[in-house]
Design a protein around this ligand. Sequence first.
Ligand code: MG
Ligand code: NI
Length: 475
Amino acid sequence: MSRSTITIDPVTRIEGHAKITIQIDENGHVEDARFHVTQLRGFEKFCEGRPFLEMPSLTARTCGICPVSHLIAAAKACDGILAVTIPRPASMLRQVLNLAQLVQSHALSFFYLSLPDFLLGMDEDPKVRNLFGILAKFPDVARDGVRLRQFGQSVIEELAGKRIHPSWVVPGGVNEPLTESRRDAILSRIPEALAIVRRALERGKRVLEDHREEIRTFANFPSLFMGLVDDRGLLEHTDGKLRIVDAHGKIIGENLDSTRYREFIAEANEGDSFLKSPYYRPLGYPAGIYRVGPLARMNIVDGCGTPLADQEWAEFRDLERGAVLSSFHYHYARLIEILYGVERMEQLLLQRDILSKHVRAQANVNNAEGIGIAEAPRGTLIHHYRVNEDGLVEWANLIIATGHNNLAMNRGILQAARHFISGRTLTEGALNRVEAVIRAFDPCLSCSTHASDQMPLHVSVVNQAGEILDQKIRG
Ligand code: MG
Ligand code: NI
């Protein structure tokens, strides 16, 4: 057999569009594996010339999956241009909104996209291995997933008025205070959400026992980890400063202000993908590989800061002496974050000044530049704008969570492909495991591509002459 290429296009059960290419040598051994994002968004160019005040609502439209994250990162960049410190109640309300999206998005990732693999089996027929399969065999679990997503969405709705593209978050704060009745409506739903996530965590921990091989081979390697922490070093998604730790869990960058991000992050362009590959500048490319998102956040913090999540976090960190390195544990970390999110929302909503009328600082353009950093469900999101005297955007740079993880995802699919694929026969289970590495990272391809309809999955083994040696078509 000559050198062959296996293409998985598009990756199923992740949002957006991408493909995986696996190159096989003449002996049937995996030589290389690549994760491609093949469509260019060009969103940064599109922002040029727009009034900066429009940036939150404009950038929220880049993504139907994580609009709230863009809203918050953009509003923070605009706070910087206004040169204001937003009122404390506004900051807490932004936090609640961001946590609601975190819960909603993590619930989608765990229950809808990944549980079919865990409960029905990685080797199961894809016709059955989906949410409907869960519904048929484990109706209570499917119901939990639906209810938890509804909870997150309902909180977004109580705060921001509509589910998609809320424009409630504005430069300087939020545009309307929270009412007592809406606050109470959210609080009344917390006990059910808490019960669901505790059941999910128990189930999730049992899943770990059945997936030792995946834990060992799903992007399991040393790397750096990055994310926001608060001023006590605890879990933080909306405010705070960046922290970077190494694979031993040692802090190598602390208290990193947003204005300094370019000192430690550089972006490489790889020819075959429009998704850039950020790397840790001091180590260079590609050695400066780092991960963001739930796993990274669990690795960088000194604790979560809520009672139940702290217990789970301590147990999680006991998995390894240093940082937890297997990307399979993104799933575990995601569940702990849902627990934290629900607990933390309640803490914030019980603060006396959460109902304050003072939720917005007014100012004009006072800085020509603004940088906003927030933690999206999938990891650190950076918005950086430069404006002219009239407040029109002259230049914008967005670094999305999926980009930070690009190098790690690539290395991860290569590791899994080498372990699970051999020869020219493509088993369903092997291909699904390669895809499942990507699903562990829960990439938001909607942020980095034009959203497109799901197409049938086309998997092929092709030789150098372009002859198809084996193929599978899904969907
Ligand atoms: Mg960019
Ligand atoms: Ni997105």
